[in-house]
Design a binder for this molecule. Structure first.
Ligand SMILES: NC(=O)c1ccc[n+]([C@@H]2O[C@H](COP(=O)([O-])OP(=O)(O)OC[C@H]3O[C@@H](n4cnc5c(N)ncnc54)[C@H](O)[C@@H]3O)[C@@H](O)[C@H]2O)c1
Length: 273
């Protein structure tokens, strides 16, 4: 592990968790965000830059051992905004890594890359059985992220691990998240595994905790070395008391992308007329 890990989106929710947790796993962290990190911690390096600025990203990746690319718009938005921040931004992160000789990139993909995929009749859904099926422009950008990652792995030999993150919150707040929650500690463990796995090549794995109600298979993530410690079930009783028993035929529970597949995510609610 020589050189720091460049964490883009370091001022965001998951970036903040990673800044807290990765040093305990032996990683030095170089932070990059378009807004300044306010709670600077000892040992961190800090850069304020836009991930779509390729020259700035080439500078930022110099001497890094890996890039953990979290920056971007973290939900649905207009096509111009999503395509610029999330698609151009991912290209710049990968291309900067290539130009700077950084051997590994971890990408924050999302369940929304495959959001219209239905819940299987029984058993767990493997990543290979959930090909691109985006539910939003946001999901299209995550599909493109995975495609760019695949290209840079095959063509340039980078190790690229795509994390199809579920619901990364301090704690689950809906009954859907009893299945899809990724806890802060498990987010750190998953990124650490993605950074340490020997020669992963190109890999796509779900990013969820070991939730009792989980229906996304964790075998591929565990093969990287991920050892989840949390289970959303400890919140089940309280959430069900407020929201009722989940109806598994409801799109919120019946599709990978949940509510993102509903009409309120139609373009007219996001695009300018
Ligand atoms: N939180 C979740 O449940 C979840 C689920 C699936 C995927 N993800 C993905 O994980 C990543 C991190 O999510 P989060 O919840 O921490 O999001 P967040 O919105 O809290 O943080 C994103 C960070 O990216 C920064 N950013 C945005 N555009 C930028 C740009 N052009 N250049 C530099 N920095 C920029 C923002 O300033 C922000 O600090 C995102 O890519 C998101 O799509 C998150």
């Amino acid at each position: 592990m020589s050189g720091p890990v460049l964490v883009t989106g370091a001022a965001g929710r998951i970036g903040t968790w990673l800044r807290g947790g990765l040093p305990e796993h032996g990683w030095a962290v170089r932070c990059l965000d378009v807004v300044p990190v306010t709670d600077v911690r000892p040992g961190e390096e800090h850069l304020v830059a836009d991930v779509t600025d390729l020259a700035a990203m080439v500078d930022a990746t110099q001497g890094a051992s890996a890039v953990v690319h979290m920056a971007g718009i973290s939900g649905e938005s207009t096509w111009p905004a999503i395509s610029h921040a999330n698609i151009e931004g991912t290209y710049c992160a990968l291309e900067a890594a290539r130009r700077s000789g950084v051997p590994r990139v971890v990408l924050a993909s999302s369940n929304h890359a495959t959001g219209y995929t239905p819940r299987p009749d029984g058993g767990l859904l493997r990543e290979v059985d959930a090909p691109p099926r985006p539910d939003t422009y946001y999901g299209v950008a995550k599909v493109t992220m995975e495609a760019l990652g695949s290209l840079y792995a095959d063509r340039y030999g980078l190790d690229v691990v795509c994390l199809r993150i579920g619901s990364a919150f301090a704690e689950p707040t809906t009954t859907r998240q009893l299945s899809t929650w990724l806890s802060p500690a498990d987010a750190v463990s998953l990124v650490d595994a993605a950074l340490k796995a020997p020669s992963p090549g190109f890999s796509v794995v779900w990013g969820v905790s070991d939730n009792t109600r989980r229906w996304w298979d964790l075998a591929a993530a565990r093969a990287l070395g991920y050892e989840p410690a949390d289970d959303a079930e400890v919140y089940a009783e309280a959430l069900i008391e407020v929201h009722g028993e989940p109806d598994l035929s409801d799109p919120e529970h019946a599709r990978v992308g949940g509510e993102y597949t509903l009409p309120e995510f139609d373009a007219e609610n996001f695009d300018m007329p």
